[in-house]
Design a protein around this ligand. Structure first.
Ligand SMILES: C[S@@+](CC[C@H](N)C(=O)[O-])C[C@H]1O[C@@H](n2cnc3c(N)ncnc32)[C@H](O)[C@@H]1O
Length: 178
């Protein structure tokens, strides 16, 4: 089961996380961490007092992550990205600085994708960013519909080549606690 996911390459990770302000960011979330390749990079770079919430729906991956990564800053939940708000409320996290996603929009029902985007936009700080990688070009339409500012880098060296997106909302105030 764990073999069913191709871990993200270093080129993909470099592109996806290139613009992160590591000195400022306190709250990260990751959707679909899989075997934890990106998770480990975020943990390596983030502040000692920062936190990372990983939401993964595959229980095999959740078990693997719990066994493989021992870091008090990481919270792993067997839950969908579409339930971000409820999980953040349970954890009493005030907002999200960066949401990082590897979940495949192209294979999800559109309503589920919209739910993930709504939850993400609602919880990101006004300076917050949604960092997304997608193998299907058609997925970009979702981001453009939900976010004001979307940029894309195509990472040819990843196998298969992948698009890394950086999405922001102008002037949207996060719904979370102050
Ligand atoms: C392409 S894999 C991620 C690979 C990962 N970045 C790595 O390097 O190992 C996509 C992951 O998204 C998870 N996933 C799919 N839909 C999800 C959802 N709605 N919420 C959370 N995780 C989801 C899948 O179980 C899978 O582990």
């Amino acid at each position: 089961m764990l073999g069913s996911v191709i871990p993200s390459s270093r080129w993909l990770i470099r592109s996806l996380l290139a613009q992160v302000d590591w000195d400022r960011a306190r709250y990260f979330v990751e959707y679909g961490p899989g075997v934890g390749t990106i998770t480990r990079h975020i943990l390596k770079r983030m502040r000692p007092d920062a936190r990372l919430l990983a939401l993964e729906i595959n229980d095999d991956f959740v078990r693997h992550l719990n066994a493989a990564i021992d870091d008090p800053r990481l919270v792993i939940r067997s839950d969908s990205a579409a339930r971000l708000g409820a999980v953040l409320d349970e954890l009493d996290w005030p907002h999200v600085d960066y949401a990082v996603s590897g979940i495949p929009f192209s294979t999800m029902p559109p309503a589920d994708v919209e739910a993930v985007l709504d939850e993400t936009r609602a919880r990101l700080t006004p300076q917050g960013e949604f960092l997304v990688y997608q193998f299907s070009r058609h997925s970009a339409q979702y981001l453009h519909r939900s976010f004001d500012d979307v940029s894309r880098e195509f990472v040819l060296r990843n196998v298969p080549p992948v698009s890394c997106y950086r999405a922001r909302s102008n002037g949207v105030v996060a719904k979370g606690k102050p």
